[in-house]
Design a protein around this ligand. Structure first.
Ligand SMILES: [Zn+2]
Ligand SMILES: [Zn+2]
Length: 99
């Protein structure tokens, strides 16, 4: 396992915003997930945001920013064994815009 060259902990807002641009929405059956490389560690992160955005995506609807925390599940030095979510500690907000 790799720690992505990164110990557990938060990242700067600038780094989060840059990396978060690579995240995208993915429809998985009735659920909507936010998926993509974590801005902090680069591991695949996937959050079920169905409940957060409500039932059904409306064309052109823009939602408020959503708080996301890395849950890559990979090993990151310094993370408590029982830390949840089990990610690298990176967190920030993402603007959800449906198309
Ligand atoms: Zn990671
Ligand atoms: Zn991460």
């Amino acid at each position: 396992m790799t720690d992505g060259g990164r110990s557990w902990g938060p990242i700067g807002v600038d780094q989060w915003i840059q990396g978060a641009a690579a995240l995208g929405l993915e429809q998985r059956g009735p659920q909507v997930w936010l998926v993509g490389p974590c801005p902090g560690c680069g591991h695949e992160l996937a959050r079920d945001i169905t409940a957060a955005i409500g039932v059904g995506l409306v064309d052109g609807a823009a939602l408020d920013r959503l708080s996301i925390t890395c849950n890559c599940g990979q090993v990151h030095a310094g993370r408590a064994a029982d830390a949840r979510p089990a990610g690298c500690g990176a967190a920030g907000s993402v603007q959800i815009v449906t198309r």
